[in-house]
Design a protein around this ligand. Structure first.
Ligand code: NAP
Length: 276
């Protein structure tokens, strides 16, 4: 890259956000690697990154985080990578509404609040790109992932709408749709599951036990799992290409389910997805 472009990335303590921050930093971007918890700021700074706290579940924290960045850049932000999120597993009937609300607070409302503020800045400067880290679960559903599915479907809906509304501006918006990627995601999901779902009293108890067993045996990986670099490569295309794609389908399962969704009836697709 010729001139130094700045980017704000959310959720950089691990996984995809961390890889994106390090890679873009090496590539010459000015990266603002934001994290939910203060304790991670020092760690990122020691890795040579500019870091700040931005908790997506708190509007004040979002505003303070963005203001910090804008102060440093003279009110400019070239790119935003909305990435920070978590998965709250559990059957719909076992999911307290307050827990579903918490899932949306971070994965949807936090992204929306930050994006609104950033769009204002990008309109003023006459340039900008926003990349949303969605998921294969943003267009197909799996049992026991209802809260997370709903949050990613919401992101897909909001993003598709935003793209239409920004069509006559120089601001471009892309969606990344990863399938399984190595990260802390499953570990955090398991903690959230045990914390918030009364699974031992559930009619789904047996299914939960099987799933917990599977997670313990195999950890995060299956043979289709890719490393975070696979996502960062698509992020770079979305940031640098003259014609960024609307959607980046990352991993084989994403491409497969995208194809199956087009050719199968809803019932046939359900039969496949029920297997989890
Ligand atoms: N891994 C996959 O298989 C996969 C597949 C498709 C899509 N994705 C998407 O990829 C993105 C990154 O996930 P990952 O796989 O890299 O998982 P990860 O390693 O668990 O990283 C998630 C990041 O989001 C942060 N986060 C959680 N709640 C937040 C909040 N309230 N405010 C700000 N940051 C918050 C986490 O911070 P803490 O460490 O402080 O909790 C962490 O830095 C997510 O949007 C996820 O939905 C992941």
């Amino acid at each position: 890259m010729t001139d130094l472009k700045n980017i704000l990335i959310t959720g950089c303590s691990s996984g995809i956000g961390l890889d994106a921050a390090k890679t873009l930093n090496k590539r010459g971007y000015r990266v603002f690697a934001s994290v939910r918890q203060e304790k991670d700021v020092a760690q990122l700074k020691s890795a040579g990154l500019e870091s700040l706290v931005l908790d997506l579940s708190c509007q004040t924290s979002i505003e303070q985080g963005l203001n910090y960045v804008l102060d440093k850049t003279g009110n400019k932000l070239d790119f935003l990578f909305n990435n920070g999120a978590f998965g709250q597993p559990g059957a719909i009937e076992d999911m307290p509404t307050e827990i579903l609300r918490q899932q949306f607070e971070t994965n949807v409302f936090g992204w929306h609040h930050l994006t609104r503020l950033v769009v204002k800045v990008m309109r003023q400067q006459g340039f900008g790109r926003i990349v949303q880290n969605s998921s294969v679960l943003g267009f197909v559903c799996m049992p026991y992932r209802g809260a997370y599915n709903a949050s990613k479907y919401a992101i897909e809906g909001l993003t598709d709408t935003l793209r239409l509304e920004l069509a006559d501006t120089p601001i471009k918006v892309s969606l990344l749709e990863p399938g399984p990627i190595t990260s802390n995601f499953r570990k955090t999901s398991t903690v959230k599951f045990k914390q918030h779902i009364q699974w031992q009293q559930s009619v789904h108890k047996h299914q939960y036990e099987l799933q917990l067993e599977r997670l313990q045996k195999k950890g995060a990986a299956n043979r289709f799992t890719l490393e975070p670099e696979a996502v960062t490569r698509c992020l770079i295309h979305a940031l640098e290409s003259e014609n960024p794609k609307v959607r980046y389908k990352i991993t084989f399962p994403t491409r497969l389910f995208s194809f199956l969704k087009r050719i199968l009836t809803s019932r046939s697709l359900d039969r496949l997805l029920q297997k989890g």
